[in-house]
Design a binder for this molecule. Structure first.
Ligand code: UD1
Ligand code: UDP
Length: 359
């Protein structure tokens, strides 16, 4: 069986790592790995391949930057050529980035069976580029691998069952990854005046809705600066945010570091006291590490985290962020959940793909 996987952004390297590992154990399967190039800095791409032992991509398209349409279109053009050449039995895409959508469109236009990992997630906010990407990808897939109960319900509510698209709840591949790599966590270089043995807050910010809006971004910085007066904040600086800080001449009054590798991120997750983020993946990882999470967004796709009280959606105003953090740090939380499966999502995905019923 030949499978063509399309990845390109940081979260997709994490999601694809364990599936690819399982695929490699099966001699009759060959995985053609295509990296679109969407994320390309060493610490946004190569480091994940090295640390997570993901094979070197068979193709690297070198497409990054530009508008959404331009980026997706340039990927689509090259992916079509590759898919025609490789003629895979399945095309596999992950998550909700422009690389996901380009892979999905290229496959469906060629009538190649498409499988989507992390299907059924919804924010119900079509103003987010990710929501557009995931809705479109789900709709043109043959096989939808859902991580959670809620994601299955979302698809059912949209009538996917009547469309003849196969929906399988398999669990979350990011949970598989955390389980597999947890023991390999590795200490990053952190600012010398931050003591990781004492309480600190781990933060990441990169969403368009937070970084493209100058007022929102300023409020977030102000909020985190206020928090930092009481408990140190360490922000891993996504290149998009770094660029905005530089354009807006923002010099944050809290700790920042360049993006770290996955194993270093696990080390930080293990030691931090709370996570503040707008990342999709990190909201779940906080829970995997039994840490509360403040999500600086108006909605989340991972609604079950909010329902169980381990995640809180908070407005970006400083007056909101600080009290929410204080409250969460003093709150008892119940992390005893199996919301994201048993660490075997990747096996289930591969098992189903091998059954090869892609008619
Ligand atoms: C993308 C995804 C988002 C995901 C995020 C994960 C889309 C629409 N968005 O957002 O869903 O949560 O990745 O991190 O696909 N840049 C660099 N070097 C890099 C990568 C990015 O300099 O290695 C800079 C470039 O200026 C680029 C900007 O960051 O233009 C934004 O990158 P892009 O991939 O377009 O979007 P993200 O914000 O990373
Ligand atoms: N991550 C990382 N290093 C960092 C920041 C994040 O390894 O400096 C990991 C994080 O632990 C998670 C993934 O990147 O596994 C999430 O990616 P990101 O937040 O960029 O995207 P999203 O999940 O929001 O789509």
């Amino acid at each position: 069986m030949k499978l063509l996987t399309v990845i390109g952004a940081r979260p997709q390297f994490v999601k694809a790592a364990t599936v690819s590992r399982v695929l490699r154990e099966i001699p009759e399967v060959s995985e053609i790995l295509v990296h679109t190039g969407q994320h390309h800095d060493g610490n946004m791409s190569d480091i994940f391949f090295e640390q997570m032992d993901i094979p070197r991509p068979d193709y690297h398209l070198g497409v990054a930057g530009g508008g959404h349409g331009q980026m997706t279109g340039r990927m689509l053009e090259q992916l079509e050529i590759l898919m025609l050449k490789e003629n895979p039995d399945w095309v596999l895409v992950y998550g909700d980035t422009n690389s996901t959508l380009a892979g999905a469109l290229a496959a469906v236009k060629l009538n190649l069976p498409l499988a989507h990992v992390e299907a059924g997630l919804r924010s119900y906010n079509l103003g987010m580029p990710e929501e557009v990407n995931r809705v479109m990808t789900d709709r043109v897939s043959k096989l939808l691998f859902c991580p959670t109960e809620q994601s299955v319900r979302n698809l059912e509510a949209e009538g996917f069952v009547t469309l003849g698209i196969e929906i399988l709840k398999v669990g979350d591949v990011m949970f598989d990854a955390t389980e597999f790599y947890r023991a390999k966590a590795s200490e990053p270089a952190i600012p010398s005046d931050l003591d990781p043995g004492r309480p600190f807050i781990l933060a990441t910010i990169h969403r368009a809705e937070n970084t493209d809006d100058d007022m929102r971004l300023k409020k977030i910085v102000k909020g985190l600066e206020q928090v930092h007066q009481q408990i140190p904040v360490l922000l891993s600086l996504h290149p998009r945010t770094r660029k905005k800080f530089s354009e807006m001449k923002i010099k944050p009054g809290f700790h920042t570091i360049d993006p770290v590798g996955y194993l270093e991120m696990l080390w930080l997750l293990e030691r931090c006291n709370l996570v503040v983020t707008d990342s999709g993946g990190l909201q779940k990882e906080a829970c995997f590490y039994r840490k509360g999470c403040i999500t600086l967004r108006q909605e989340t796709e991972w609604t079950e985290l909010v329902e169980t009280g381990v995640n809180r959606l908070v407005d970006v105003a400083a007056a909101e962020i600080f009290p929410a953090i204080k409250e969460m740090l003093n709150q008892d939380m119940n992390f005893e959940t199996d919301l994201y499966g048993d660490g075997k999502a990747s096996f289930r995905i591969v098992q189903r793909l091998l059954a090869q019923d892609n008619s």
